[in-house]
Write a protein that binds this ligand. Sequence first.
Ligand SMILES: [Fe+2]
Ligand SMILES: [Fe+2]
Length: 162
Amino acid sequence: MLKKSIEDALNKQLNAELYSSYLYLSMAAHCETIPMKGFAKWLRIQADEERAHGMKFFDYIIEAGGTVKLTKIDAPKTEWKSVGEVFDQVYEHEKKVTAMIHGLMDLAIKEKDYATINFLGWFVKEQVEEEANASEIQAQIKMMGDIVGHLFWLDHELGKRE
Ligand SMILES: [Fe+2]
Ligand SMILES: [Fe+2]
């Protein structure tokens, strides 16, 4: 059985993961219209991954005897000045999510909820990867500056994501 404080925090993170999915989907839509189809594809796949993260919380809450409570998902922004600005925000957002996961881990430790600590371990590791991917793409965009040809090369590379 989950403690109420843990159940509430897990439901909040479920919402945050679905918001991440929504945010990246909005970024994907923006990149489709620029058009930067490779960036769009990368973000579309990232949106799917975030939904899968949300479903991990969904399944864990149920398995641990809690109740899933879906709440309103905030509307993400819809326009960005450049793909550079998009990926600045991806990286900033992932750092924010990492802090949320760490806060959740702090709570699970405080409540001595060993099953939840174990469950969250996967997310702690996943966030290292998420930040690394986002910061790498951000750095590549910065390096290429405004050289359109180079940016199209990166767009082509990111479009290879499966
Ligand atoms: Fe996530
Ligand atoms: Fe993420």
